[in-house]
Design a protein. Structure first.
Length: 293
């Protein structure tokens, strides 16, 4: 009977866990809708801004903006966008692995010299690299409490100021790009200096002849910081939507697994109960036969 009691307790425990995972799935589904709306609304603006800069790429050569100056990448800053919470499958670990691979493949010498710094947006990445004694700059975990362009711009302004002072020669960005609830695409982009747009004949043919006021150089100089800020904000929104998609998928799978486990436990419980009843009947029949004998 002790065995039956243990199985009953285990069934009750798994049922409680199943209710929690089901509730978390529903919460993530609701948050995913809002996060998806935000990134879908931003993408046309970000794409158009990038297109304008691409069409003005010839002007970038003569622009005096410090954010397009190529330097030898002796000091590198890597911006990692993760989440504050777990229970999202491999979402956070994937972005951390991608960052580690980037460092190993491109910046191993800088890491040996202590010239690789980390800006983590999200507690999971922050904790991971702090525990491994990386140079982690600042704490940006509160940005998810109020995910607005203004709050993300504060982070971008600090990064741009450090780059302008030549504290860093290159800034890389690693995040999960949102495709759908089940698919997140690991993405690595160069944030600073602003990468030059490669122009081929097809791109040149699609260039638009803009009328610029007050002048071309000033417009381009203003567009560059705005493009950098938009790029980081878009990455954070992409990661935010990807997080909820990954958590919804993970909790859905956990709910299914809990259901399968409950079925297996109920089967084991019924088998054990049947065995106990059979044993009791056998003992009764054996006792009656002994008395008659």
């Amino acid at each position: 009977m002790a065995n039956l009691k243990e199985v009953r307790i285990r069934i009750s425990s798994v049922q409680s866990t199943q209710q929690i995972t089901k509730a978390m799935k529903m919460v993530s589904a609701a948050k995913l809708k809002r996060a998806t709306n935000a990134i879908v609304a931003l993408r046309p603006y970000a794409t158009k801004l990038k297109e304008i800069l691409g069409n003005l790429s010839a002007s970038l050569e003569g622009a005096s903006s410090p954010f397009i100056q190529e330097r030898e990448p002796n000091k590198v800053l890597i911006v990692i966008v993760s989440s504050n919470r777990g229970l999202a499958g491999a979402f956070n670990m994937n972005v951390i692995k991608a960052t580690n691979n980037l460092i190993a493949e491109k910046y191993s010498d800088q890491l040996k010299n202590g010239n690789v710094s980390i800006v983590a947006i999200g507690k999971k990445a922050q904790d991971f690299y702090e525990k491994r004694n990386y140079k982690v700059v600042g704490n940006n975990n509160e940005v998810y409490s109020a995910l607005t362009f203004e709050n993300v711009t504060k982070i971008t302004d600090a990064i741009m100021a450090s780059f302008e002072k030549e504290e860093f020669d290159r800034v890389e960005l690693v995040y999960n790009r949102f495709k759908n609830a089940a698919v997140q695409i690991l993405t690595t982009e160069q944030l600073l200096p602003l990468p030059k747009t490669e122009t081929d004949e097809a791109v040149k043919a699609s260039n638009v002849d803009y009328i610029l006021e007050p002048n071309q150089e000033e417009i381009v100089t203003q567009l560059i910081p705005k493009s950098i800020k938009t790029q980081l904000y878009k990455a954070v929104l992409d990661s935010h939507a990807s997080e909820h998609g990954a958590r919804m998928t993970s909790m859905d799978k956990a709910t299914e697994n809990a259901g399968d486990l409950i079925k297996a436990l109920k089967l084991a419980y019924n088998q054990a109960r049947q065995a106990a009843i059979t044993t009791e009947l056998t003992e009764i029949v054996s006792g009656a036969a002994a008395l008659n004998g």
